[in-house]
Ligand binder design. Structure first.
Ligand SMILES: Cc1cc2nc3c(=O)[nH]c(=O)nc-3n(C[C@H](O)[C@H](O)[C@H](O)COP(=O)(O)O)c2cc1C
Length: 158
């Protein structure tokens, strides 16, 4: 594939980063880690039930350390954990601070048992980008995950 690829992801406890790296090892391209200007607390309860829950309830798009620059890319893989039934707030900021016109988004989602929710559809709605079928992984995956990723990428034409 001669398209320029970016793999952008947010990851708090490492699962989505782990999957991002697996995708990268198969498709190449550049990687961009989405990070908030103010880091989340490292304590799970403080992060999940404090800051993140409040941001979910209020629809906050937290300021990022770096909004990223997607202008040179055709295909942007966008990775997020499921946070309170939706994409992580930092990913909302990333999507709204970049212009996805004419680009393709390929979502990948890690979750703790709830699945993909409407995260992929929401990415499409937020950006008007062509949005392809998401990869959905429980936690950081298992021994079948490499095959799952390979099959998913093959289906998408990689
Ligand atoms: C703030 C917060 C909210 C979460 N909300 C959900 C949820 O609504 N549904 C779900 O299945 N898992 C939920 N989880 C679990 C994460 O989606 C799961 O552990 C994910 O793989 C974490 O990715 P990460 O390690 O890249 O941060 C939540 C975790 C956190 C910290």
């Amino acid at each position: 594939m001669d398209k320029k690829i970016l793999i952008a992801y947010f990851s708090w406890s490492g699962n989505t980063k782990y999957i991002a790296e697996k995708i990268h090892s198969q498709v190449g391209g550049d990687m961009f880690r989405i990070e908030t200007a103010v880091p989340y607390p490292s304590d799970y309860n403080e992060a999940a039930y404090g800051v993140a829950k409040k941001q979910h309830e209020e629809g906050t798009k937290p300021e990022l350390k770096d909004n990223g620059n997607i202008s040179g890319y055709d295909v942007i893989f966008v990775g997020t954990p499921a946070w309170w039934y939706e994409m992580a707030p930092a990913v909302k900021t990333f999507l709204s601070e970049n212009n996805f016109e004419g680009k393709t988004i390929i979502p990948f989602i890690t979750h703790g048992g709830g699945g993909k929710y409407t995260i992929a559809e929401d990415m499409g709605k937020m950006t008007n980008a062509k949005t392809l079928e998401p990869l959905v992984v429980y936690g950081k995956g298992d021994s079948n995950t490499d095959t799952q990723i390979k099959e998913w990428l093959n289906k998408l034409g990689f």
